[in-house]
Design a binder for this molecule. Structure first.
Ligand SMILES: Nc1ncnc2c1ncn2[C@@H]1O[C@H](COP(=O)(O)OP(=O)(O)O)[C@@H](O)[C@H]1O
Ligand SMILES: [Mg+2]
Length: 241
């Protein structure tokens, strides 16, 4: 059982897309998978077609019962809601998600957690509950800065959650045609190795992925032969090694 957190303190880096596609890839392969959305924006919940009016991750963090929504295609979801913004913090509060997951984790092969684009209570809860951190970013200079911040945060959390591995970096919305993108990819590869993160892969860009998201369809049902569908299956393979 792996609990994978998708995090980066920068918005628009492909976190929610990656969380959704990875969960869909796992469900497509017949794995028992739970997707948890702890971003008040609720993009992952939307992509997976979950109802954000049901008791979800907010209630879970408050120690109250949360609804696990069973979606078509064998995917379970705990949805986000706007009131996640109001979540309290305090001594020991970063362990709430970890504690809430303990009784249900054994039912799943994979748990995927999507996070908001800021360091703080919600992101810390996800990192404290996780075994693997995947950092998605775009191969540009802003992406590289975000990577440094995220790795710093993860190293601090590792002092309290030593099971957390910095599993890999994925370059999202990747187009290999421009020289700049190629150079940035090599720079990020080198920096990642220096930081002890050996795994880096690219997810190719495709309009079909955005269409699937808009229609709230699984990528593996809507565009199974698309480049990102193949790339996210490869990410799943890597996680299961
Ligand atoms: N491989 C891809 N191909 C095409 N569009 C993508 C791809 N990955 C991400 N996107 C788009 O990039 C935007 C930002 O992605 P998102 O997952 O919402 O980022 P974040 O959750 O980090 O804010 C979205 O509009 C999403 O549809
Ligand atoms: Mg998001």
């Amino acid at each position: 059982m792996r609990t994978v957190v998708i995090a980066n303190q920068k918005g628009g880096s492909g976190k929610s897309t990656t969380a959704a596609a990875l969960a869909q890839a796992a469900a497509h392969k017949g794995r028992r998978v739970l997707a948890i959305d702890i971003d008040p924006q609720g993009n992952l919940s939307f992509f997976l077609g979950a109802d954000t009016n049901r008791a979800g991750s907010f209630e879970m963090l408050e120690g109250e019962p949360a609804t696990i929504q069973h979606m078509a295609g064998g995917l379970d979801v705990i949805a986000a809601s706007w009131n996640l913004q109001t979540i309290s913090s305090g001594r020991g509060s970063a362990r709430r998600l970890r504690t809430a997951l303990e009784p249900i984790a054994a039912q799943y092969n994979l748990i995927v957690i999507d996070t908001p684009p800021t360091a703080g209570e919600l992101q810390y809860n996800a990192l404290m509950a996780a075994s693997d951190l995947i950092i998605p970013l775009q191969a540009d200079i802003v992406g590289l800065q975000g990577l440094y911040q995220m790795v710093d945060t993860a190293r601090q959390i590792q002092q309290s959650n030593p099971a957390l591995k910095l599993t890999g970096i994925i370059l999202t919305r990747h187009g290999s045609r421009s020289t700049l993108a190629r150079q940035m990819t090599e720079t990020i590869r080198t920096k990642a190795q220096e930081m002890g993160i050996p795994f880096l892969m690219a997810i190719r860009e495709a309009v079909a992925l955005r269409e699937a998201q808009t229609l709230q369809r699984s990528l593996y049902e809507y565009a199974p032969n698309s480049n990102p569908a193949a790339d996210y299956l490869q990410l799943l393979d890597k996680l299961e090694q």
